[in-house]
Design a protein around this ligand. Structure first.
Ligand SMILES: Nc1nc2c(ncn2[C@@H]2O[C@H](COP(=O)(O)OP(=O)(O)OP(=O)(O)O)[C@@H](O)[C@H]2O)c(=O)[nH]1
Ligand SMILES: [Mg+2]
Length: 370
C-alpha cells in the first residue's frame, strides 16, 4: 500500500534530517511503498532547505511549504496533498522531534494491515508511557486534555485522544468533510478523531512510549489551548443537537403511527392489518427523517447502504415487537380503543430501536451520558 508519513515542521532543522534517515532505515524493513511528506510553514530556521538538500538522496521525500496557521492547518494541507497529488492509500501523522519513535512505524502499519482504519500510538493504554521526567504540570496538562476530549467531546472509548502519532486509511479521510472541522491548531487531532469515530471507523490503540523532545522548542501556545477547549464543547453541542433531533423524529413517528392507524380504521380496515401497516409507515417516516435530517452530516458514501440495511433490520425487529404487543393487548383488552394497544406497542419498540441503532447501526456514536 502506498503510505505517506506526514511530518509537520516549524523550526525543526535540528531534528528533521536525522528523523528522515531513521525512517528510511525502518522503510527498508517494510513491504509497503513508504514515503515522507514534510509540511513546513516557512520555518525561519531553514528547515525546508535541509529537506530539499536530502531530496536528491531520497526519491520518496516530498516537501510542501506554506504560511504558518497552526498544526491542524498544516496537517490538512498535507493530507489534501497526499490524496490529490501522491495517491496515498494510508497516511501517518508524526512529530518531527523524535517524540514518536521511528521503530514504532512498522507496528502501527501492522494494525492497518490487520484491518484497522485509524491506528493510534497511544500513551494511555497498558504498555504505553509518557516520559518519566515530565513534571506534575506537564502530566496534568496531558491528562486534562484527554479528559476534555473524552468526556466533553464524548470520545469515551479512546484512551489517548490527543496523540499525534497515528496511521489513517485514506478512504476514511475522503469521507470526512475537512471544511467542517473548523480548527487550525492542536485541536485538529481531537476533531479528526471524532469525525472518524462517528463515521464508524475501526479505531485501534497500540501502546507507545512517548519520548521527550531532545532538540528544539515546543510550539504549543495559549491559542491552541483555547481552541482545544472550544472545539470539545462545539463537538458536544453538535452531538446534543443530534440527540434532540432523534427524539423529535421519534415523537413525530408516534403521531404518524397513531394518525395513519386511526385513518385506516376509519376507512374500514381490519385492526390487525391496520396496525402493522401503520407501524411500517412510521418506520419509513423515521428512517427518512433520520437519514436526511438527524444524521445528515454523518452520512457517508459507501457505508450508507450498510447502515440503511442495519436500520431496516432493526426496524423490522421493532415492528415485530410492536405488533406482538398490539396483538396481546387487543386479546387482553378487547373493549378498549385499539389506539391504546398501538400506543403501548410503540414503547418497547422504541426501546429496541434506540438500543440497537445506538449500539449497532451507529455503533461508534457514543450515547449521551445525561
Ligand atoms: N507546519 C507546522 N508544524 C507545526 C506547527 N506547530 C507545531 N508543529 C509541528 O508539530 C509537531 C509537534 O509540535 P511540538 O512543538 O513538538 O508539540 P508538543 O509535542 O506538544 O510539545 P513538546 O513536548 O514540547 O515537543 C512538531 O513536529 C512541530 O514542528 C505549525 O504551526 N505548523
Ligand atoms: Mg513534541
Amino acid at each position: 500500500m502506498k503510505t505517506t508519513i506526514i511530518i509537520p515542521t516549524y523550526n525543526e532543522q535540528e531534528n528533521i534530517i536525522a528523523l528522515i534517515d531513521a525512517l528510511q532505515a525502518q522503510f527498508d524493513r517494510m513491504s509497503h511503498d513508504m514515503g515522507i511528506l514534510v509540511v513546513d510553514d516557512n520555518s525561519p530556521d531553514g528547515t525546508a532547505d535541509r529537506v530539499r538538500a536530502v531530496q536528491g538522496r531520497y526519491s520518496n521525500v516530498w516537501l510542501i511549504t506554506g504560511e504558518k496557521e497552526g498544526l491542524g492547518a498544516a496537517y490538512l494541507r498535507g493530507m489534501r496533498y497526499c490524496m490529490d497529488e501522491l495517491g496515498s492509500e494510508v497516511v501517518f501523522e508524526m512529530d518531527a522531534d523524535f517524540s514518536h519513535r521511528p521503530e514504532d512505524v512498522p507496528r502501527l502499519m501492522h494494525e492497518v494491515d490487520e484491518g484497522a482504519d485509524f491506528v493510534i500510538g497511544s500513551r494511555y493504554v497498558r504498555g504505553g508511557s509518557i516520559p518519566t521526567e515530565w513534571g506534575l504540570v506537564r502530566r496534568l496538562n496531558s491528562l486534562y486534555g484527554n479528559v476534555v476530549a473524552r468526556y466533553v467531546a464524548g470520545i469515551y472509548r479512546v484512551r489517548d485522544c490527543t496523540a499525534g502519532f497515528r496511521a489513517i486509511r485514506v478512504p476514511l479521510l475522503r469521507d470526512i468533510d475537512f471544511d467542517a472541522l473548523r480548527v487550525k491548531g492542536y485541536a485538529f487531532q481531537v476533531a479528526l478523531l471524532h469525525e472518524a469515530v462517528i463515521k464508524g471507523a475501526k479505531v485501534v490503540e497500540i501502546p507507545v512510549d512517548f519520548v521527550d523532545r531532545a532538540a528544539g522548542e515546543s510550539k504549543l501556545g495559549i491559542r491552541d489551548i483555547i481552541e482545544f477547549i472550544l472545539n470539545a464543547w462545539w463537538i458536544r453541542l453538535r452531538t446534543f443537537r443530534t440527540f434532540i433531533k432523534f427524539a423529535l423524529v421519534g415523537l413525530s413517528g408516534v403521531v404518524v403511527n397513531l394518525g395513519s392507524f386511526t385513518l385506516l380504521l376509519a376507512l374500514g380496515m381490519n385492526k390487525y392489518l391496520a396496525s402493522p401497516v401503520a407501524i411500517e409507515l412510521s418506520i419509513i417516516w423515521n428512517f427518512l427523517l433520520n437519514n436526511y435530517w438527524t444524521f445528515r452530516w454523518r452520512r457517508t458514501k459507501d457505508r450508507a447502504r450498510i447502515k440503511g440495511l442495519k436500520f431496516n433490520i432493526v426496524s423490522l425487529l421493532a415492528l415485530g415487537v410492536s405488533y406482538s404487543v398490539f396483538v396481546m393487548f387487543s386479546q387482553i383488552f378487547p373493549d378498549l380503543p385499539p389506539q391504546w394497544g398501538q400506543l403501548v406497542g410503540i414503547l418497547p419498540a422504541m426501546l429496541v430501536n434506540y438500543m440497537l441503532n445506538t449500539y449497532w447501526t451507529f455503533r461508534d456514536t457514543e450515547p449521551e451520558p445525561s
